[in-house]
Each structure stands twice: as structure tokens, then as C-alpha cells.
Write a protein that binds this ligand. Structure first.
Ligand code: PEP
Length: 248
């Protein structure tokens, strides 16, 4: 049985002061030991959010990192820094990073390998555009993203990772993929992992759905056999996030 994992992606929201307030508000609402709970927050919020979350079931994660340990990369944050701060999860290759910051499947792969080297669980994002869905190439596209993201990742490492299937047309739009659409792609991702590695790895890896998840649709989405939780943007900033974490 895979444990569900629900992660919030705060994106570029919340000052450090607001971050502490939000953690304090959500603390009692997300107290569910049956689910791994992660708040992926802006870099500047990591330390204060961690302090506020001490003693709770909330894990604080990062929204991005660079693929080098240190050096002349002005403005970047390294996995070494994240690991030293106690960060256990990092979102890699979110579609907004790909669109606005020119991230590619190749940089995603480098970041995945680096995060794993530092013992940080990557939440690896993949997803198709609306055009790709209409062209009927969704599964081919996702398979390619997955195959490149996992290059040189061992089966033992892959088992510890999290994949977030996020159709781009469903992110921040209020348009959720239907349960059938979400399950179809998550199941295809699991098949792809089975082909790259083996059945045991495919069964172990956790696959989230992301894209306008809210308190009203989480239970049905998370009940699907291949959907092991969600990556949640907008709704992770509201008390409703508690209802998503406590979806049952
Ligand atoms: C996201 O940021 O990964 C996301 C899924 O956003 P939203 O839930 O707002 O669609």
C-alpha cells in the first residue's frame, strides 16, 4: 500500500510573516497521519515555515533548486543548502519553471539526480498542453518526459521519488482533468516506470495528480488506483487545504 502524499505549492506567494501565519492556521487542519503532508514554499519562507511547523506532521519543501552544489550561480539555491536546512522535498520541473525559466527535460534530470544525491525527495512534474491533448499525443509526451527525467536514476532511487502529473491546461484555471483523464495518465506513467525499471518499482513510486484540485474533487481523484495524492496550488493557501489532506 502506497501512502498518499498531498503537497501544497505556494508558488510566489506569502511573505515570511504570512508564511508563519498560514502554517499556524493550517497546522490543526492538516493533522492527518495517514497522509504525508508537504508545504512547498518560496526559498525565503523555508526557515520560518519550518520553525512554525516544528512538532507537527507538516514537512516543509522547496519549489525549486539548482543542479550544482555551490558556485557562481547568482540567485540560485543549491541542494546542499536545502539539505542543511532540513528540507526533505523539492518540486522539480513545474510547468511554470519550464515556461518562464526555460527549464527542460534535461535540466529536470540533472536536478532529480542532484536532489537524490542529497537525500531530498524530488516531486517530478510532467504534463501536456491543451494542444498536445487535442493532438492525441498526451501519453507519448508524458512518457518522453518521464524517460528523460529518470535517466541514470537507479531503481532504488526511483522508488523514493514522487511524480506529479499536472496537465498544464488544468493548472490555475479551475479546469480539473476528469477523474478518468487523470487516472489514465497516472496509470500510463506507472506502466512507463515498470518498463524502465520493474514491477516492484512501478508499484512503489507515488504519483500525484495536480491541476485545480480542491476540497470538492480531491476525494474522487485520490480514490483512483494510480493516484497517490495531489500537488495543490491555489487551494494550498486556504483553510480548504485541510479538507484536501483529510479527504476521506
Ligand atoms: C500547481 O501549482 O502545481 C497547481 C496544480 O496549481 P493549481 O492547484 O492552482 O491548479
Amino acid at each position: 500500500m502506497r501512502k498518499k502524499i498531498v503537497a501544497g505549492n505556494w508558488k510566489m506567494n506569502m511573505t515570511p510573516t504570512q508564511a508563519v501565519e498560514l502554517v499556524n492556521t493550517l497546522k490543526p487542519l492538516v493533522a492527518n497521519d495517514e497522509v504525508d503532508v508537504v508545504f512547498c514554499v518560496p526559498a525565503i519562507d523555508i526557515i520560518p515555515a519550518m520553525e512554525a511547523a516544528k512538532g507537527t506532521n507538516i514537512n516543509i519543501g522547496a519549489e525549486n533548486m539548482y543542479f550544482e552544489d555551490s558556485g557562481a550561480y547568482t540567485g540560485e539555491i543549491s541542494p546542499k543548502m536545502l539539505a542543511d536546512a532540513g528540507v526533505k522535498y523539492v518540486v522539480i520541473g513545474h510547468s511554470e519553471r519550464r515556461e518562464y525559466f526555460a527549464e527542460t527535460d534535461e535540466t529536470v534530470n540533472k536536478k532529480v539526480l542532484k536532489a537524490l544525491e542529497y537525500g531530498i525527495t524530488p516531486i517530478i512534474c510532467c504534463g501536456e498542453t491543451l494542444t498536445q491533448r487535442e493532438q492525441g499525443i498526451t501519453i507519448d509526451w508524458i512518457r518522453q518526459q518521464i524517460k528523460i527525467a529518470f535517466l541514470n536514476v537507479t531503481a532504488d532511487q526511483a522508488k523514493t521519488t514522487v511524480i506529479a502529473y499536472e496537465p498544464i491546461w488544468a493548472i490555475g484555471t479551475g479546469k480539473t482533468a476528469t477523474t478518468e483523464q487523470a487516472e489514465e495518465v497516472c496509470a500510463a506513467i506507472r506502466v512507463c516506470i515498470g518498463e524502465i525499471y520493474d514491477q516492484a518499482t512501478a508499484e512503489a513510486i507515488r504519483i500525484q495528480y495536480g491541476g485545480s484540485v480542491n476540497a470538492g474533487n480531491a476525494a474522487e481523484l485520490f480514490a483512483q488506483p494510480d493516484i497517490d495524492g495531489g500537488l495543490v496550488g491555489g487551494a494550498s493557501l486556504k483553510p480548504d487545504f485541510g479538507k484536501i489532506v483529510c479527504y476521506k
